[in-house]
Ligand binder design. Sequence first.
Ligand code: ARG
Length: 568
Amino acid sequence: MRDAFVATGIEEADPVLTNSRRADLADYQANGGIGIAKRQRVAPRILAQSVVENLAIEDIACEVNVAGPGFINIRLSNDFLWRKLSDAISLERTDHPDVVVIDYSSPNLAKEMHVGHLRSTVIGDAMARIFEALGHKVVRQNHVGDWGTPFGQLVAQIREVSPELANAEDPKLRDLRVLVEHYRTGSEKYAGDKTFADAAREAVVQLQRGEPKTRALWRQVREASLESMRDLYRRLDIRLTDDDIRGESSYHDDLPSIIEALRSQGLATESDGALCVFPEGFKGKDGSPLPMLLQKSDGGYLYHTTDLAAVRYRTSGLGGNRLLYFTDARQIQHFEMLFAVSRLAGLAPDGCSLEHHPFGSVTDKQGRPFKSRTGYAVPLSELLDEAESRTRRVIAPKRRDLGATEAEHVIRTVAVGAIKYALLSKNLGQNYVFDWDAMLSLEGNTAPYLLYACSRIRSVLARAGMDVEGARKLSAGLWAWTGQERALALELLRCQETLDQVATDVRPHFLCNYLYELTSKFMRFYEHCPILGSSSDVRNGRLKLAANAAQTLESGLGCLGISTVPRM
Ligand code: ARG
């Protein structure tokens, strides 16, 4: 298309090729000529006509014409669609792989993971899989909070109420619930009790200085938190392993050199005994320059400082040229300042893209933070239990024929898929309203609907004695395609461009929308086009279309971190 514009004498034109909104008239439409014609003061229809004359796409299109004020409408030929399908649509891996470092999940330890960690964990994991599917190199980073104030609060509380625990290897220290209780009491006291707050701060200093008893206690508490985190990742099928953990503590020894680098470049300034940077353009509420704090007067380092060291490690150490961060919107300013200072200090080269992808919070239907009856954020383990029992109620009555083991597997897969899909299918920036009924519905843009469609296709193929791979290799002659068949085939061809868009914009909901659209087109095809009862050419062709739909759906869901089940 672009070449045809050039051949018409228009250099550097964007043809603005889009899916046609009128499927009855065309598959694709190019609107780019209209603006150009206006600028060049020629009649848009005449310009479009010249472009069409220079368009050499006979091998893929059966109809090209000028419509309306000067659109170019294109109808792809059945033959071309068929050839494309016969190549068994597969993803093209990029020739220019990026090294994408993805910071996600990254919970603060000493607490239980809760619903607030879900979006980062699920979205980050999906994006990691998508970049990998497109052939990029992905490095996952679980930047766990294992070094700061929360640990001080926990340690101080343990010392105060159970001093015997503080000096021992005690199984109670491996029980996260016990620890969480201590942490909660500790953090509440921290706010109002000055002596306690001093003790907590002192514990952080001891920890960071390497005082052996504090370190030993820290190690036990950290391990207990990690164990429960690993368990949740297993249940949620999240691809984060111990090798991806690079917590705040691991940067501790790099911090003096970060301070030194900023000092030597004249970027760090002392202010009230603390060391700060004042990046340009950041102002406090009163309009005065806003500092990014690097080191407190007692020598303690801050969240920012560690993140500067992490930027350096991810660019220089890991060779990342795209650094992605998934956290909620409360950290927008933190990342803006972090990126500004990283650029100033040369920690991230110009060619490296620094991206914070913030999301809104998880709320209930009334728009309040999603909390449990106890008033705390809902722990993820409880949320998963509830998802499973709700899914059981939806699925069990429908499928009494599944054996107990298979039924449990289906329930777990659908429950996790439903939670993940619900979070992924919403626009990243908005708050997410947690609604069990909506996410478990068998109709609409939900995981159960898509998983059900996959199992439908598998069962049709099974009745024909085939699996997906076998059916994709079928050869079939051409026949007069119905509208539903064309619509499905065309949608199948859009998978690649969708994934490319998702990777560029970091918007996983584009992929969800695509998979939903594909499923709807499959369902329409399935209703209108008999498969097994048709003559052999048509039957093979339809089986092949169905198998391609299953393959695309399953790999698309796989990119989102969602597994499918053969029967549900
Ligand atoms: N631990 C932080 C929290 O729970 C998130 C860390 C995000 N990553 C980072 N490099 N700052 O809020």
